[in-house]
Design a protein. Structure first.
Length: 481
């Protein structure tokens, strides 16, 4: 994963920064320790020099003089191989001449100059000690271990000190791999050396990669756990969807079979009722009428269930044709006017001045309007007043059905178009139905590329608004979708 790689890279960069900071601190402390060692010994030499007799002083002077001469000889040897050897020799000659003048002009009691001379000569001699002795005197190894702890470097460390222009280590830890001296962690251990090039301090971390992986172990475990949770959740979700789809298919098949099985006896009952109504006396005629009405109501419910089953199985097809909306709605309202008048209600229809053409299925769109008018009649406790209006809004036709019924609260409005949903009324079921009418209505409008919405307040009625795209001209061609 990319984020794991980036995390390891970031941790490695932080580790490298700590190592290089540690190297810098080690170099500084090593040089400081060597300098402190020289300063520690210098007063003793000075004190010894000031307390010896004349013969002893002469002997010490000869020793310092010999040291100085050897140092000058070493400088001259270096100058021979240098590209600027001529300039160096000239500088050394001037320095030697100046030193002789100082020796001749300053008397022996001038202890300050003698102390400076002693210090310079002794420091030169210390820097010419074997490398192992210098490293021991500067306490390199204790400093390395201490700084490793200070910089919180937890992985094992191996080290080596290799002289300049050499491949053999003067000092190295037990597990240092001399074959891998091209490590990235290198520093000059004595950068202030002028006469010779400083030896190199090399660090190796054999378990660095393991440490980097271990540093993100917790994050890696949590990430793997989170990934497994996502995979498990995805699997459970897919399995649930597949199971629900199978259950839905079984349910739809059952509804299809049930409705087809019910339609036959309902049709038989209706035919038998028609036949009975012709031969029975007037006292039994009322019963045959009730049987006829109830069979028709049952047939209507069966048709609704069958239509919703077709919608669920995506077998819902429309025979599209262009309809003039004002004329079409007027015809449907006229057909429903008798039912409203039975309840002592009133139905008003307001059309537009101009014709509005839409593309729709005649039967299904008529059922949509029937459902809205039927709900306006059923869900009212007083004489129904239904106002139907057709309007034009930009490139859309608007159909509004407004009633004075019992209305709905906000929660009911949110779910009113859901299948099988019915508003909670306790144990009272004064309005019969399956909760499929508005669900079917929305399915039809969606199929027509339209929109349906509702505004309602409790005890103040409801207003259903249908929005359908207009077509520019009328044709006689039918289209099935």
């Amino acid at each position: 994963m990319l984020w794991i790689k980036n995390t390891i890279t970031e941790n490695e960069n932080q580790f490298n920064a700590r190592v290089f900071a540690m190297l810098n601190r080690v170099v500084q402390k090593t040089a400081r320790n060597e300098l402190a060692f020289v300063y520690t010994l210098r007063p003793t030499v000075t004190h010894q020099y000031s307390t010896v007799n004349a013969n002893g002083k002469a002997h010490i002077d000869s020793l310092f003089d010999g040291m100085r001469k050897r140092s000058m000889e070493q400088f001259r040897e270096i100058a021979k191989s240098s590209p600027i050897g001529g300039q160096l020799n000239q500088f050394l000659n001037q320095f030697d001449s100046l030193q002789k003048q100082i020796d001749n002009q300053i008397p022996a009691p001038a202890s300050q100059m003698q102390n400076i001379q002693q210090w310079m000569t002794y420091e030169a001699e210390v820097k010419q000690l074997p490398l192992k002795q210098r490293l021991y005197l500067s306490q390199l190894e204790p400093i390395l271990h201490a700084e490793k702890r200070n910089f919180n470097i937890e992985t094992p460390m191996e080290y080596a000190v290799i002289p300049a222009h050499q491949d053999e280590a003067a000092l190295m830890s037990q597990a240092f791999d001399i074959k891998k001296i091209d490590t990235e962690y290198i520093a000059e251990i004595f950068p202030n050396d002028i006469v010779s090039k400083s030896p190199r301090l090399l660090l190796q971390f054999p378990e660095k990669n393991s440490w980097l992986i271990h540093s993100i172990q917790l994050l890696l475990i949590l990430s793997l756990l989170f990934t497994l949770i996502i995979i498990l959740a995805y699997y459970l979700t897919v399995r649930t969807i597949v199971q629900q789809r199978k259950v839905s298919e079984i349910k739809n098949d059952f509804i299809n079979n049930m409705t087809h099985e019910l339609k036959t006896p309902i049709a038989t009952i209706s035919l038998a009722t028609d036949a009975m109504s012709k031969s029975v006396n007037e006292s039994a005629l009322g019963f045959t009428k009730i049987i006829k009405q109830e069979s028709q109501r049952m047939h209507k419910h069966v048709e609704q269930i069958l239509q919703m089953a077709r919608v669920d199985k995506n077998e819902f097809s429309l025979n599209m044709e262009q309809l003039e909306l004002n004329e079409f709605v007027q015809d449907v309202c006229d057909n429903q006017l008798f039912r409203i008048e039975e309840h002592n209600g009133k139905l008003t229809f307001k059309a537009t001045e101009n014709n509005l053409f839409i593309q729709a299925d005649r039967d299904h769109f008529a059922n949509v309007i029937y459902n809205l008018l039927d709900n306006a009649i059923k869900y009212t406790k007083k004489e129904p007043e239904v106002n139907v209006q057709v309007k034009k809004l930009d490139k859309y036709a608007i159909l509004e059905v407004k009633d004075n019924g019992i209305g709905m609260n906000k929660d009911t409005v949110k779910h009113v178009f859901e299948k099988f949903y019915r508003a909670t009324t306790g144990n009272v079921h004064d309005v019969k139905g399956f909760g499929l009418g508005l669900s079917y209505t929305k399915a039809v409008i969606d199929k027509l590329n339209g929109e349906i919405s509702v505004k309602s307040e409790v005890h103040k009625g409801s207003t259903f608004t249908i929005k359908l795209p207009l077509v520019t001209s009328k044709t006689n061609e039918n289209e099935s979708i």
